[in-house]
Design a binder for this molecule. Structure first.
Ligand code: TXA
Ligand code: MG
Length: 336
């Protein structure tokens, strides 16, 4: 199952020829192209159905290469790269000339990270350059955490899929803007705010509220087909049963505190007590609820600390308003 050396060489060849390769990372699977090939980068946007103004992350093999991709490496960037790479941290810096504007959605900044997955690192070394890779899903849907998810969602649109098993972290990388004087988190992810503070010596700033700058900040990103409704943990069982009685096919994320409690619903998943396990399993369960035909998912938010912040962020966005779903106007709306 797991990619062989032969697969890695083939995948590197596909990248050199301007093709697309799906690759495993520790967070989610990425849809990769040669970062320096504008035509290949444009294909990523076509395959994903993603607006071309939405910037991608450039994946590199090691922190020592960072300077090749950015205009300059401020001390804060160096500090964070040394502490967290390889790992689920993406740094936003001023764009180096090597990076085409296609990859940055026209921005003068670029997002860079070193993924912590042996298959991704082997591919990056064999290829020798940078690989731009968004999550390997169609725009707005749930990120894939297995090679099977990628094939099921993108099929022949990808030239080569490297299988690296299930992703360990399960939610995307933390994106930190280090272009200014203080580091600020643009998207919570696999590296927690507490981890960042321990290295920075101060809590990272939260993104300023304002117009949506990047797709990771769209309210309805990371959404399954089924509608997601967030309720207080102690209301999960009752709300799920009520909706099921009203004819919905309900998928339930049963909070760990209520483990073992019987629930009359279409599909029930017990949320693991550990946030790491919760993050790892989240997207797979959202997909599985869809596959089992659920039309409504009832969940509650975890405690907003550590990885719980990233999990809560993804659940809120999954529950966010959708253009095709006029009656749902705010996260947390109860089933009608
Ligand atoms: O864990 C991850 O980050 C995964 C794996 C494959 O590495 N990738 C991922 O890519 O989540 P994607 O394209 O789904 O999300 C990348 C996000 C964009 O949505 C955007 O929010 C942010 O990175 N981004 C990229 N370039 C940026 C820039 N120059 N300034 C601000 N944000 C940027
Ligand atoms: Mg994505």
């Amino acid at each position: 199952m797991t990619a062989t050396n032969d697969d890695i060489e083939k995948a590197a060849g596909v990248l050199r020829a301007g093709g697309l390769v799906a690759l495993p990372t520790e967070t989610v699977y990425g849809l990769g192209a040669n970062a320096e090939d504008p035509a290949a980068v444009r294909r990523i946007f076509e395959v994903k159905g993603r607006p071309p103004s939405h910037p991608l992350i450039v994946h590199i093999a090691g922190g020592e290469q960072l300077g090749e991709w950015v205009e300059d490496v401020p001390a804060t960037a160096r500090l964070l790269a040394e502490a967290f790479w390889p790992g689920p941290l993406t740094l936003v810096l001023r764009r180096g000339r090597r990076v085409p504007l296609e990859a940055t959605g026209g921005l003068e900044t670029v997002a860079v990270r070193v993924p912590d997955h042996p298959v991704a690192l082997a591919l990056l070394s064999a290829f020798g350059g940078g690989v731009t890779a968004p999550s390997a899903n169609r725009f707005g849907s749930v990120s894939p955490t297995t090679a099977h998810h990628v094939r099921a969602e993108l099929g022949d649109a990808v030239d080569f899929v490297l299988d690296g098993g299930s992703c360990e972290v399960g939610v995307e990388s933390t994106i930190v803007d280090v272009t200014g004087d203080v580091a600020s988190v643009l998207r919570p992810g696999g590296v927690t705010a507490e981890d960042l503070e321990a290295v920075l010596g101060y809590p990272p700033a939260a993104p300023s509220a304002g117009p949506i700058r990047v797709p990771g900040q769209h309210p309805s990103h990371y959404a399954p087909r089924a509608r997601v409704v967030l309720v207080e943990p102690e209301r999960v069982v009752a709300e799920a049963e009520l909706a099921q009685e009203r004819g919905h096919r309900v998928g339930v994320f049963l909070p760990a505190a209520f483990a073992g409690e019987p629930v009359k619903a279409h599909a029930v998943v017990e949320v693991p007590a550990s946030a790491a396990a919760h993050a790892r399993e989240l997207y797979g369960h959202l997909r599985a609820f869809d596959e089992r035909g659920c039309d409504l998912i009832i969940a509650s938010l975890p405690v907003a600390e550590g990885l719980g912040v990233a999990i809560g962020n993804r659940l809120r966005r999954a529950a966010g308003p959708r253009s095709s779903d006029g009656d749902l106007t705010a996260p947390g709306v109860r089933p009608a």
